[in-house]
Design a protein around this ligand. Structure first.
Ligand code: F0G
Length: 449
């Protein structure tokens, strides 16, 4: 059960079936364009959507809004240092800025960054530095406990190849969000560390979901069964040279990010960039009160009771959806349940957007907003006018905000999903009416076929 009770509540809307139909049509059949006041259960993302604790709200009041050297920064710095062991701590207003600042400071044009999977904003930052992003994930399947690992054989080959460019860093995204929220094993991190040492390459962590990764390690690797998640997280950070994180996830904040590194010169370069874009290095684009709320969130997030609830509710939710007839990607991680829309909707070709079709159907059936991770997001338009290239998978991510929805909310989602699954053959595909050149999924206008 939820290891908390509820102190403040927020009403949720129940749009009628007619309103949902009209809304979705007005939104060009794109859930990003549907206003939140028309959503009953919002599972678009776990980013910035979490509920703060009473202690976090109390911490907001302690916020010190001094421009330079605020006490809030000192409190934030000491929590991050204690957790990561990195002496250089730099706040930023969210994850993508942190990675942009760190990666453009660490990489030069022609360098290569190798990863288990660069999240899309991470890839954009590698490319903004003129460098090349290479993803080498292990193949994932239901029997693999650590489907987030990087492929060590392929990494080794890359480190030896000289043709592509000099590998400057390895980025491990923990957990691997783009790869189904699967964890990275300590053994994998240790092996990467060894390869990095041998080749003089930096090991960086995208630690946005570090606590969830640590908890899954205690569940999936017998030798960590009696370890505290915070100790597992500390040991993981200890193997790296630095990290960044979106603190909108495991910082349990509505906004925030950070960089933490060992190397003072790299930190100096990051701070110089930070001053140009975010603000003074002791606030990094955040209010002092945000830093205090994040410091408290970073303490709470490794609580074993909280993490057990988080992982168990995701697993239970996945089981309910599977029982309702939805093809769920297994094993379930912590932050989301992923559904394979291609398996559910085999009559819709990839270029008619099966993931979009499933996400839209969940909205029409019950005002549920999931996140489309299919061809609309990862497909490529051929600039020479040839046919579009489909994404490798058609997934819908039902993402769980932290401490926001109860079991009965998720039961409702499973009931609605069962109704959608029972009428899967009637779900239409879509075509694009209007789209932008990049990141089209945020604004595209579609129409049912
Ligand atoms: N890294 C990972 C692994 C992420 O999942 C995200 C964001 C970022 C970096 C960027 O952080 O949003 O604070 O700028 N993921 C969100 C999601 C958007 O829905 O998965 P940000």
């Amino acid at each position: 059960m939820e290891p908390f009770r509820i102190k403040a509540v927020e009403p949720i809307p129940f749009p009628t079936s007619e309103e949902r139909r009209t809304m979705l049509s007005n939104a060009g059949y794109n859930l990003f364009r549907v206003p939140a006041r028309m959503i009953t259960i919002d599972l678009l993302t776990d980013s910035g959507t979490s509920a703060m604790s009473a202690e976090q709200w109390a911490a907001l009041f302690r916020g010190d809004e001094s421009y330079a050297g605020a006490r809030s920064f000192e409190r934030f710095e000491s929590v991050v240092e204690e957790l990561t062991g990195f002496p250089e701590v730099i706040p930023a207003h969210q994850g993508r800025v942190a990675e942009r600042i760190l990666l453009t400071s660490a990489l030069s044009p022609g360098d290569v960054s190798v990863s288990n999977t660069h999240f899309d904003t991470t890839r954009a930052s590698v490319e903004a530095a003129g460098a090349i992003a290479v993803d080498l994930p292990v193949e994932q399947n239901a029997s693999k406990p650590f489907g987030g690992d990087i492929d060590l054989v392929a990494l080794n080959e890359h480190l030896h190849e000289s043709g592509v460019g000099r590998v400057r860093c390895v980025v491990l995204t923990i957990t691997n969000n783009a790869g189904g929220g699967q964890p990275v094993s300590p053994a994998n991190v240790a092996a990467v560390r060894e390869l990095c040492d041998r080749h003089g390459v930096m090991l960086l962590l995208d630690a946005s979901r570090f606590a969830e990764n640590a908890y899954l390690v205690t569940q999936r690797d017998q030798s960590y069964a009696n370890s505290a998640p915070r100790d597992v997280a500390r040991a993981t950070f200890a193997m790296a040279d630095g990290c960044w994180a979106s603190l909108k996830k495991d910082g349990i904040g509505n906004i925030g990010g950070m960089i933490a590194v060992r190397d003072a010169d790299l930190a100096r370069a990051c701070r110089n960039r930070l001053i140009e874009t975010e603000g003074f290095p002791t606030y990094g684009g955040l209010a002092g009160r945000d830093l205090d709320a994040l410091a408290q969130g970073l303490r709470e997030v490794t609580d074993p009771d909280y993490l057990r609830y988080r992982a168990e509710s995701a697993r239970w939710f996945g089981d309910q959806l599977a029982a309702a007839g939805l093809p769920v990607v297994e094993p379930t991680g912590c932050h989301a349940v992923y559904i394979d829309a291609r398996l559910l909707l085999p009559h819709i070709s990839a270029l008619a957007f099966p993931a979009t079709a499933l996400a839209n159907e969940l909205y029409l059936a019950g005002a549920i907003r999931g996140c489309d991770l299919g061809t609309l997001v990862f497909g490529r338009v051929d600039p020479s006018g040839g046919p579009d290239v489909a994404a490798p998978r058609e997934l819908v991510r039902l993402t769980l905000p932290r401490r926001v929805y109860t079991k009965s909310h998720l039961e409702y989602v499973a009931e609605v999903a069962a109704r959608v699954a029972s009428k899967a053959a009637e779900v239409p595909g879509y075509r694009i009416v209007e789209q932008a050149g990049t990141l089209r999924h945020f604004t595209a206008v579609l129409a049912p076929l």
